[in-house]
Write a protein that binds this ligand. Structure first.
Ligand SMILES: Cc1ncc(COP(=O)(O)O)c(C=O)c1O
Length: 311
């Protein structure tokens, strides 16, 4: 199977935008529009899934996610478009009793078999016995992609993001982080004079170790210059507050793109706060990676309805 049949828009566009709030502090803002790579596999979904789907070579795919997981949606869409069977293991067996939310309804419409499991089972999904149990009902030869799609192949896929930016007039490349897979690859692909900045959207301070582990598994050790700023999670995954909402709406009005709220909004908010603190030397060319599209479909996760942890 070749996923390039899906005709991704690569390299993704890099757009310079004029934003006087950044310019005032000598910072040139650019948007790396990974959200435009593919309508059904936008942003880091494409980057993380492409090599995994090549490795699956048309076999059925099983993967994991929360009730509003972008990753489940992208995997289901890839299955429909490329013609392979998909199974989505969804956190929360109570969801089986309720009507499907719009995100899971899209997965089902794309042909994904949904398996709802108790949170305790979900937490234990890396245990070989638990995984074997899940695979028993899946089609023979099923290929397993981890939660959020983050494995060594995903990191290598995200390396391309860094390589695209290595060719560009960019000093710092910033990305929102969930599992850290995108940052791990991005940082490794950048040029020696460039650095990557990760903005975690989950609370917990575990991300530095996670990125190191992913780089170790995919690339044999720590790679590239990268750091994290852990101040912009707004209380945790899918948590928000009126200031963040207002910021995202204002950014949309200024720059004419819909800002994905769970990840991208927090990263952009963090970048402006850092610029205002004088964290970037005057003349810095700052590329914000737009890792997802803001079609509004996961905004419901912000209302508190359903499960708060996404993928
Ligand atoms: C839109 C968006 N941005 C950023 C991320 C974070 O990616 P990662 O889990 O590789 O850190 C995700 C999650 O996959 C996402 O959906």
């Amino acid at each position: 199977m070749t996923v390039s049949r899906l005709r991704p828009r690569l390299p993704s566009p890099l757009e310079a935008v004029v934003d006087e709030r950044f310019e005032r502090h000598g910072v040139r803002l650019l948007l790396k529009r990974d959200d435009l790579i593919h309508p059904d596999l936008p942003g880091n979904k494409w980057r993380k899934l492409a090599l995994n789907l090549e490795a699956a070579a048309g076999r059925p795919v099983l993967t994991f996610g929360g009730a509003y997981s972008n990753h489940l949606r992208a995997t289901a869409a890839a299955g429909r478009l490329l013609g392979f069977a998909t199974t989505g293991v969804v956190r929360g067996d109570e969801l089986a009793e309720r009507p499907l939310n719009p995100s899971l309804a899209r997965c089902a419409a794309d042909g994904m078999r949904l398996v709802f499991v108790a949170r305790s089972t979900y937490r234990a999904k890396d245990d070989p016995a638990v995984l074997a149990e899940l695979l028993r009902d899946a089609p023979p030869g099923t290929y397993v992609v981890p939660e959020g799609g983050s494995n060594a192949l995903a990191v290598r896929g995200c390396l391309e993001l860094g390589r695209e930016l290595a060719e560009a007039p960019v000093d710092v490349a910033a990305v929102a982080c969930g599992t850290g897979g995108t940052l791990a690859g991005l940082a490794a692909g950048l040029g020696t004079e460039q650095r990557a900045l990760g903005v975690p959207v989950l609370r917990g301070g575990f991300l530095g170790a996670a990125v190191e582990e992913l780089q170790e598994a995919a690339l044999g050790g720590r790679r590239g210059a990268w750091s994290l700023d852990e101040r912009f999670h707004f209380g945790g995954y899918a948590r928000t507050d009126p200031a963040l909402d207002a910021f995202a709406r204002d950014f949309e009005a200024r720059h004419g793109l819909v800002v994905e709220r769970l990840y991208v909004a927090k990263m952009l908010y963090g970048l402006l706060a850092l610029a205002e603190e004088g964290a970037f030397p005057s003349g810095t060319r700052l590329a914000a990676v737009i890792t997802g599209s803001g079609d509004g479909s996961n905004v419901r996760a912000l209302t508190g309805e359903g499960d708060r942890r996404g993928e």
